[in-house]
Design a protein around this ligand. Sequence first.
Ligand code: FAD
Length: 467
Amino acid sequence: MSDDVKMWGDEEFWGIGYEYDPQFFLTERQREIQQDLIDLCRTTLRVNAVESDRGFIFPRKNFEALASKGLLGLFVPEELGGMGENHVAMCMVVEAVARYGCPSTAMCLTMHYGACSAALFRHHDNDALRDIMSRLDRDVLVGTLSYSDPETGSHFWYPVSSGAEATEDGWKVTKKASWTTSGGFADWYIVQTTSPDFGGDYSDLSVWLILADEVDADVAGWDGMGMRGNQSGALLVDGVTIPKNRMVGPKGDGAVSNDETVDPFFLLNSSCAWNGIAMGMIDIAKRHTTRKRHVDVGLRVCDYPTIQDYVGEAIIGTNASRMMTFGLAKALDELTGNCDWSIHRDLEAVPRADLLNQLWQVKFQAAKNVHEVSDKMLHACGGTAYKAGLGMERLLRDAKAGWVMGPTNEVLRQFVGKHALLGFDSLDYWNTSINHRSIDNEVKKMSAEEKKALADRLLEEAGTAAE
Ligand SMILES: Cc1cc2nc3c(=O)[nH]c(=O)nc-3n(C[C@H](O)[C@H](O)[C@H](O)COP(=O)(O)OP(=O)(O)OC[C@H]3O[C@@H](n4cnc5c(N)ncnc54)[C@H](O)[C@@H]3O)c2cc1C
């Protein structure tokens, strides 16, 4: 296999070559997986992407193709039949699927890998999780994450329309989710609710394994502008009774599970999807602008310096984002012994959580970059790109999901700014810390009468609360 010349079947690839890819992060084995995957994208995933987009079709066929290469269990330990690969390999795979194949599949794969991470984190003594992890590729078992709550929007860590209670031999779980990628098509779901015996503290969350026949999904309701194959509709787990071993990790493990697995894996992999879409659009721009000729001036579109500037800036911006993404993946590999899940036999081991503030930046940057690159590549290719034939407008619609997916880019830049200036506690995920400065400032504006009315109301409320 040559790593100098990127091949597309028997021919040289028509887009940007390996000279602009961060190949230096990859091992020899990972480069082989990559070449094989590019070929699978060429023959299968890319064709199916068009079908998925046109008909809002879940990319099951693409998952079957990925499973045939062992990629659903990419970072599942070898003892469970997986490939035992690491975070860098995972980034390469998600990016390649988005770039050369199908962005909707890349998003479904992002959620599948997120669900796998939550399961592997606590699989050690759990037969139900071990069974699923050992059959991912053989039985093409697609997993996903169902977190977002209709009442709290993109604050997916705050599930108010959910709950769970202990039964004699298991649990009764209720979950209302406003968005779930692969919803109604996945075979297993990682779901988060408030814990059994919930006493009003929304940081007390528990994680569940729910199976396909235990959910009601609004399959027909998905009408997204892009990512049309990802089928991210509403979902209901309607007071379903499940056995004891379907609790993932101990009771109350939700916040830790978020910080150590769901957040890091989602932030990293979704960034790879956005980077992959950006590179995919630059690839198409190269192919189109080098072939389209203006007869009057005898120049191709790529001969105009403006177009060269567009492409140069798009590559530089996207590669800055890819360096952040792969750099963080490498850092996670170093912290976890190359994604060795056995370290989590110790329930206190949460090395990835230390890099959460770095990972927020990665998702912000990747989503911002693809937002800009998608516009510029449309401009570079002109009106032809506005039509479906070139494949650009589909990627542009897919790209716009990056900014709005939770944690949204508005929320992320505020997390980073607040955290940097005021420390972690200031983020106040669960709306529990009191801003005394704001209270003092508002009270300062009140007349004596207004202060007295407020004091009376507060005394009455305090009295009621104390009863
Ligand atoms: C393609 C796609 C796939 C998805 N897949 C999944 C999935 O698999 N699982 C899942 O659980 N969810 C999923 N989601 C849901 C996603 O993560 C968000 O929950 C959803 O996009 C929120 O939409 P909303 O309209 O409720 O936004 P809102 O939360 O209402 O946001 C509206 C605006 O308010 C801003 N805003 C919100 N909070 C703040 C704040 N604190 N400070 C400043 N501004 C703020 C936002 O940034 C945004 O600009 C998916 C979404 C998309 C688009």
